[in-house]
Design a protein around this ligand. Sequence first.
Ligand SMILES: CC(C)(COP(=O)(O)OP(=O)(O)OC[C@H]1O[C@@H](n2cnc3c(N)ncnc32)[C@H](O)[C@@H]1OP(=O)(O)O)[C@@H](O)C(=O)NCCC(=O)NCCS
Length: 168
Amino acid sequence: MSVTTSVATEDDAERILKLQFLCYQGEAELYGDWSIDPLTQTLDSMRSELKEHHVLVARLGDEIVGSVRGRVDDDGVGRIGRLMVHPRMQRHGLGSRLLRAMEQQLAADGTVIVGYRLFTGHRSLGNLRLYQRLGYRQTQVEEVNSKLSFIVLEKRTEPALDRFAAIA
Ligand SMILES: CC(C)(COP(=O)(O)OP(=O)(O)OC[C@H]1O[C@@H](n2cnc3c(N)ncnc32)[C@H](O)[C@@H]1OP(=O)(O)O)[C@@H](O)C(=O)NCCC(=O)NCCS
C-alpha cells in the first residue's frame, strides 16, 4: 500500500488533531512544555482551520499518517505550518513531500506568491536541517518566552525577490 497526498476534508479534523497530539510530544519534551499550541488546540479550532487554510493529508489506506497547513497572507507570502508525520513513518521523505506539495498548493491558489515562510523552535535542529535542505533560510529569531524562541525561515520565489524584501 502506498501513501497518497490529498486535500483534507471536514471529516478529517479529529484524526488530524489526534495525529498532531502524537507527533508534537517530542517537541513538548524538547522544550519541557506540554502547553504548546499544537498540544492544546481544540477540535473547534481545528475545524475552523480546515475552512480557512489549505490543509493536506497523507493517507495510508484509511489512516492519516501526515499533514501540513498553509495559507497565503495579504502580502502574498505563503505561510506554512503544522507539518507532521506519524513517528513510525518518519525519516522516509514524507515530511519533505508534504512540504513541497503545500508549496505547490499555495502557488496554485491564484494569489501572487512572493515566497514561503515557516518557523520552528530554536532547539528543533532536525526541523531546521530539513527546512534548510528544502531551500529555506533563517531570517528572524522571535523570542516567545524564556524557554522558547521561534526561528523564522523563508524561501523566496525567484521573480519577486524585491517585493519580498520590501515586506520583510
Ligand atoms: C518534521 C517532520 C514532519 C519530518 O517528517 P519526516 O517524514 O521525517 O521528514 P523527511 O523524511 O522528509 O526528512 C527527514 C528529516 O527531518 C529532519 N528531522 C526532523 N525531526 C527530526 C528528528 N527528531 N530527528 C532527526 N531528524 C529530524 C531531519 O533533517 C531529517 O533528515 P535526516 O534524516 O537526513 O537527518 C517529523 O519529524 C515530525 O512530525 N515531527 C514532529 C512535529 C514537528 O516538529 N513538526 C515541525 C514543526 S515546525
